[in-house]
Design a binder for this molecule. Structure first.
Ligand SMILES: *Cc1c(COP(=O)(O)O)cnc(C)c1O
Length: 423
């Protein structure tokens, strides 16, 4: 569900015509819908109703400060993976007690800042990290609340680059070693065990891997409690997939995910934390781009856009499929033709779609990539010296630029040529 629909023959973002934003801000541009973020948050909240829970938005999916403000005002907690994200969350008004800190490579400096600023828990991913956290907390005279991220060795059945719950992945400690690691945590000074953490991957389109992982977590909860540990929170991670509107694609609904949570761990009396990123932000965003050229090739026609792989890396990086639609609503009777849709970057990987059927398109036409709100702007780069593209937030009939487009000069001016090269 999103708030990007055709109305009066053209695409709207909530109550604003997409073409109007493109005119005002230029293309390419990311456009986000406030109502869609809110709706996705509420759907999760309802799915977990009746269980004590906190939704910690995985802000790596989209960490623009305005987006974080939307989430903070809804009451969301945050899942952060770096001190930069931690600081964004705090500046967006999220209290430390609603922030969980994930990631395999937390530095002592990051631990220090989070401990001093306030943190709900560290999701510890290894024994060396646990030892270091204990030392840092002791030095500061603080107690660090922790869960240990366990790797349940389940196949999330998603793209290899975003599967995290198999034993060959770098994440968490093997669940078979959990008792040992929790015993060590209990020995170490300045750590307080509060629960267990698990996150098996991203863009999951099947609930079975969750069911398997959560059952293992439930068993582990009983075992660890019998060993004398306090397990009062279960952080179940994120990863629920979204429809990218490809044919035959029907990822499970948050409601059904909530039922799996209830069925597998609901009886344990734990507070449930979840860390959705993509499902909150993905379908809350469009990438809007203009056709620069229609290049008629041998046997195939190329639509060359002003957006490129540096603006949206997902197709190149994950072979991801994005729905691409014209901003002017096509006539239902309009004939469709296959296009290869590409960007201007000097790599063959700069291809968004191959042989994608669209009504006849040409120079100056606008297209919108759907489902571009998550892992879009945050993963962009300036490759080919293309300045980062702007982001716009729509709320009803108003919109605002929430990150302006830097000029080429501003981009260049960040580089420093040393004195000895100045002559
Ligand atoms: C990436 C990540 C998430 C969010 O995953 P989504 O697929 O965007 O929901 C949650 N938790 C952790 C630890 C992650 O690394």
């Amino acid at each position: 569900m999103d708030h990007f629909n055709y109305r009066d023959g053209q695409l709207f973002a909530e109550d604003v015509p997409v073409a109007e934003i493109a005119r005002a801000v230029g293309t390419p541009v990311y456009i986000y819908s406030t109502a869609t973020f809110a709706r996705h948050f509420q759907v999760f909240d309802e799915a977990l109703a009746g269980m004590d829970h906190l939704i910690c938005y995985a802000m790596k999916a989209n960490s623009n400060m305005a987006v974080l403000r939307v989430m903070a005002r809804l009451g969301a907690g945050m899942d952060v993976v770096s001190i930069g994200e931690y600081q964004r969350a705090r500046l967006a008004g999220v209290p430390g007690e609603k922030i969980v800190f994930s990631g395999v490579g937390k530095t002592a400096e990051e631990m220090r800042i989070a401990l001093e600023g306030g943190i709900r828990q560290f999701n510890v991913e290894s024994e060396p990290e646990m030892e270091r956290l204990s030392r840092v907390a002791t030095e500061l005279g603080k107690i660090a609340p922790i869960t240990v991220r366990v790797n349940p060795d389940v196949d999330a059945k998603t793209h290899a680059k975003i599967a995290t719950g198999k034993s060959e992945n770098k994440f968490g400690i093997p669940i078979s070693r959990a008792r040992e690691v929790y015993a060590r945590a209990a020995e170490l000074p300045s750590l307080q065990v509060v629960g267990i953490d698990v996150h098996i991957g991203s863009q999951l389109t099947d609930l079975d891997p969750y069911e398997m992982a959560f059952k293992k977590v439930a068993e582990l909860t009983e075992t660890l409690r019998a060993d004398g540990h306090t397990i009062k929170r279960l952080d179940l991670g994120g990863g629920l997939g979204i429809p990218y509107r490809r044919a035959n694609e029907a990822p499970p609904l948050p409601f059904d995910y909530g039922e799996v949570v209830r069925r597998t761990v609901g009886h344990l009396g734990c507070e449930i934390e979840i860390e959705p990123g993509r499902l909150i932000a993905g379908n809350a965003g469009l990438l809007v781009s203009e056709v620069i050229y229609l290049k008629e090739g041998e046997g195939r026609d190329f639509l060359i856009l002003d957006a490129a792989m540096n603006d949206l890396i997902r197709p190149a990086m994950y072979e991801a499929w994005h729905d691409i639609i014209p901003v002017i609503e096509p006539d239902v009777a309009a004939e469709q033709r296959p296009y290869d849709i590409v960007g201007p970057v000097c790599e063959s990987g700069d291809t968004f779609a191959k042989q994608r059927p669209l009504p006849a398109m040409g120079e100056g036409d606008l297209v919108a990539f759907r489902s571009a709100g998550a892992y879009g702007a945050v993963m962009s780069s300036e490759y080919n010296s293309r300045p980062l593209i702007p982001e716009v937030l729509v709320d009803g009939d108003r919109f605002a630029v929430i990150r302006p487009r830097p000029s080429v000069q501003e981009m260049i001016d960040r580089d420093v040529v040393p004195e000895w090269l100045a002559e």
